[in-house]
Design a protein around this ligand. Structure first.
Ligand code: G6P
Ligand code: ZN
Length: 544
């Protein structure tokens, strides 16, 4: 195998965000841009010679081309084996599973998750470590330092690899395996859930379902598992063919972007269950007939009912949620006597807790939930969890949710996003909030009196690493909260996220409309952050 070394110069914008490096495709297409980042990953690793690297992506525009480049660079850097999903495809949770199952050294996942795809849209790349999870901050910090000094990279001068056929080949001492991207994942799901029971419930008509794959990676996974294995009617999975531009859509499973599913579920004669997943298959949205389940409630309901699922029948060790996620799961943990951890936004923060066995389930308000079965959040896993739960309880989604609220009270919740805000204005807002923190406690607006106001910082209980500046929290004496933070996943300007929640214990008021119930808190949030005043906008870009 002939190896050529290219000289290169650093780019100054390769700092990984919440989940890897995400940029416009055109940025990645600049000379050596992708190569610089990939080589900086390899330069941050030790002792990987002869070991296994997993490669796959969500199939978006530039996926195929990038994979060919990475194959040649990984071979030149000395990996012994490359395991690649057929067609260059692997959902994020499936990649995590493959890394764990085949004891790989790590994996490179090509995805910009829920961001749109296409020549003028987004691309992304992230590195996952041997536990199958996203690399921790100390790795991404070292990686960023390497991107600033990189001056060359080696690349194998070999032909492009045939990614479309499953098979194994040896090229210059490197073993290259192209595998079925779905099979190992489907096998894992069958071990976790009671497939026979779900199958019977579908056959008996207790469960009718629609799954919107949003023209993204979960199409083949959901079609195989839900239709072929569990017997859902053909066509239950729609938008099932992954497209490089996701059919022009925004593959983010929420009611704003998964509007096809939302219309079905809120319309006439809906099926009993509806769900959607995102670009790379790690997010989920769950709906029932005429009801949307907030991700925070979904996590709490899963925790409360974990014992109904075969893999968690013996109980769970603990739970975790990201800081802006509602406190619904805390109430369940409290009642069940389980530890509950509050982590910064970003799945990577759950990795240590899962590895140490401190938690079994975790989730985020950003439509992600998962367990110790892999080290990424997992969209289809959440869908199967709900199907298994419905089949066991023989109740509708609506009844399950309402029963949960009756028991624990309801954390009424919503998030307002202001996208593509000028970065200076966004930083000004954060600064303005910071300056008020010490004077806020004791201030009152109507029924809301500030109990605490701080900037969240997290000390990892396993390795004691500290992450500062993880969002601003304003807590009220009645248990309500407002959280502000800047997104770490956007690619244009800054995105300000405002998360509001109010705890309702009065059983006669549990079913109120969230937007109405949260009006006062949303007004207080504006008073504090002045986003409308400072940007001249009248509405958030998206409300979820
Ligand atoms: C990705 C990460 C999540 C995170 C979400 C939102 O999906 O995997 O862990 O919650 O992005 O992050 P952001 O920084 O945009 O709020
Ligand atoms: Zn995703």
């Amino acid at each position: 195998m002939k190896i050529k070394t290219h000289n290169t110069t650093p780019y100054d914008d390769q700092k990984p965000g919440t989940s890897g490096l995400r940029k416009k495709v055109k940025v990645f297409q600049q000379t050596h841009y992708l190569e610089n980042f990939v080589q900086s990953i390899f330069n941050s690793l030790d002792d990987f010679q002869g070991k296994i690297l997993v490669l796959g992506g969500d199939g978006r525009y530039f996926n195929r081309q990038a994979i060919q480049t990475i194959i040649k660079m990984a071979a030149a850097n000395g990996f012994g084996e490359l395991i690649i999903g057929q067609g260059g495809l692997l959902s994020t949770p499936a990649a995590s599973n493959i890394i764990r199952k085949y004891h790989a050294f790590g994996g490179i996942v090509l995805s910009a998750s829920h961001n749109p795809g296409g020549p003028d849209e987004d691309f992304g790349i992230k590195y996952n470590v041997s536990n199958g999870g996203p690399a921790p901050e100390k790795f991404t910090d070292a990686l960023y330092q390497n991107t600033k000094t990189i001056n060359s990279y080696p690349i194998a001068e070999i032909d492009d690899i045939d990614l479309d056929n499953v098979g194994e080949m040896q090229i210059g001492g490197v073993n290259i395996r192209v595998i079925d991207p779905v099979a190992d994942y489907a096998e894992l799901m069958a071990k976790i859930f009671d497939f026979d029971l779900i199958k019977q419930s579908i056959a008996a008509g207790l469960i009718t379902l629609k799954f919107d794959a949003m023209h993204a990676i979960t199409g083949p996974y959901a079609t195989h598992i839900l239709e072929d294995v569990l017997g859902a009617t053909p066509g239950s999975v729609f938008n099932a063919i992954p497209l490089e531009d996701f059919g022009g859509g925004h593959p983010d499973p929420n009611m704003a972007h998964a509007h096809e599913l939302t219309e079905i579920m809120l319309g006439n004669n809906p099926p009993t269950f509806g769900a959607a997943s995102d670009g790379d298959g790690d997010r989920n949205m769950v709906m029932g007939a005429h009801i949307f389940v907030t991700p925070s409630d979904s996590l709490a309901i899963m925790a409360a009912n974990a014992r109904t699922i075969p893999a968690y029948a013996k109980g769970i060790s603990g739970v975790a949620r990201s800081m802006p996620t509602s406190q619904a799961v805390d109430r369940v943990a409290d009642k069940l006597g389980l530890p509950c951890y509050e982590t910064p936004t970003g799945w990577k923060f759950f990795g240590n807790l899962l590895d140490a066995g401190k938690i079994t389930l975790c989730g985020e308000e950003s439509f992600g939930s998962g367990s110790n079965h892999v080290r990424e959040k997992d969209g289809l896993w959440a869908v199967l969890f709900w199907l298994n739960l419905i089949a066991r309880k023989r109740q509708s989604v609506e009844d399950i949710v309402h029963e949960h609220w009756q028991t624990y009270g309801r954390d009424i919740y919503c998030r307002h996003d202001y996208e593509a805000v000028d970065s200076d204005i966004a930083n000004g807002i954060v600064e303005h909030l910071r300056n008020q923190l010490s004077s806020l406690p004791g201030n009152s607006w109507g029924d809301y009196t500030v109990k605490y106001a701080d900037e969240f910082s997290y000390t990892d209980p396993v390795d004691n690493s500290v992450s500062n500046n993880q969002g601003i929290r304003i807590g009220f004496t009645n248990g309500s909260r407002i959280v502000f933070r800047l997104s770490g996943t956007g690619t244009v300007g800054a995105t300000l996220r405002i998360y509001v929640e109010r705890y309702e214990r009065d059983t006669s008021k549990l079913k109120q409309d969230a937007q109405i119930a949260l009006t006062e808190l949303v007004d207080i949030a504006e008073l504090l952050c002045e986003v409308k005043k400072r940007t001249g906008r009248t509405e958030p870009t998206v409300i979820t």
